[in-house]
Design a protein around this ligand. Structure first.
Ligand code: AVJ
Length: 322
């Protein structure tokens, strides 16, 4: 049969163990921070989906509109390649790509990659119902763990949408892009979504939605520590703060503690105390300028095929070639 398949390239690594180790080291001493990749458990992925529907969060809608207008053009430029989507989540924007691919051929192979098994199941269920011509293979792992699969999937277009690359620091972004380029075969494609620098108020509003969903998303990583690591953190003691730093051109998100919290991080058994007034950096979202990000991608081994944007120049989709 041709139902969705699921593969787990790194079935050895224990995600709870990884989360515990990373949290213990990030919280050990100020400046305290948590790795944002751990925000995407089942609950966090569902909250992020809700964020994308908030009126202030223009990123997803803007990127989807660019894809809606240009998916057919992208398919013309790439030809009938396989599709690999890094950090697919619920893959709502992927509809435009699959539709464009299936306009030109009977079949398309689509490989969503995500750390959340729940998000992958949801994706496969809804896509297989709507796109019977799509051969779905869900890949449950971290981005980098999927890189060794890419050479055998060539000819391929790897997509990394939503400006997720903005969660990486500069050095993390270049090692990610270098490793990706090294794993791809010459001639293969990389479709990258980047959120562009714009008015501060628009950026800050996107990370401070009135409904408070982003605040719940910030609290969720601590809720996950309660669920998986046996912590007993009072979630009501956490305030969400998201500010745009124009000098760094990035959004910085902090969890600010309004009450002192002392908790035990299992399974390592390490005691952590966070004082009243202290904060934990949960996320950084860098914003980009085309004149800076394009040369950086070229230094990593990609060439620009075409740049797509919206009329307000809020967001860009870069079609690159290895
Ligand atoms: C999924 C990383 C692209 O940075 O805009 C949204 C995550 N965090 N609101 C972003 C996020 C808070 C999002 N990325």
């Amino acid at each position: 049969g041709h139902g969705p398949r699921i593969v787990r390239p790194q079935a050895g690594a224990d995600p709870v163990q990884e989360f515990a180790r990373s949290s213990a080291s990030g919280l050990a001493s100020p400046p305290r921070r948590l790795e944002s990749r751990f925000q995407y458990d089942a609950q966090g992925s569902a909250l992020f989906d809700q964020i994308t529907a908030q009126p202030e969060y223009y990123l997803t809608r803007t990127e989807a509109s660019i894809l809606a207008v240009n998916a057919t053009r992208i398919r013309e430029l790439t030809g009938p390649v396989n599709l690999v989507e890094l950090g697919a989540g619920s893959a709502a924007k992927t509809d435009h790509l699959l539709r464009a691919w299936l306009e030109r051929s009977k079949r398309v192979c689509y490989f969503p990659v995500d750390v959340s098994l729940t998000a992958l199941f949801g994706t496969c269920k809804s896509l297989s119902a709507r796109f019977p011509g799509a051969r779905l293979t869900a890949v449950n792992c971290e981005y980098g763990e999927a890189f060794p699969l890419l050479a055998q999937l060539s000819p391929v277009m790897v997509t990394f949408l939503g400006s997720s690359i903005g969660n990486f620091s500069r050095p993390e972004m270049s090692s990610f892009c270098l490793a990706l380029a090294a794993s791809m075969r010459p001639g293969d494609f990389f479709l990258l979504g980047v959120d562009l620098v714009k008015r501060n108020a628009l950026l800050e509003a996107a990370y401070n939605d009135r409904a408070g969903v982003t605040a719940s998303f910030t609290r969720n990583i601590f809720a996950r520590m309660n669920r998986e690591l046996g912590c007993a953190i009072d979630l009501d003691s956490i305030e969400h703060s998201a500010r745009y730093r124009p000098e760094q051109e990035q959004i910085e998100i902090d969890a600010c503690f309004t009450k002192q919290q002392t908790f035990l991080l299992h399974p390592k058994g390490r005691v952590i105390t966070i004082a009243e007034g202290e904060s934990v950096r949960t996320e950084v979202a860098r914003k980009f300028r085309l004149e800076q990000v394009i040369p950086e991608l070229h230094r990593c081994g990609f060439v620009t095929e075409q740049v797509f944007s919206d009329e307000r120049r809020w967001f860009a989709l870069l079609l690159l070639r290895r």
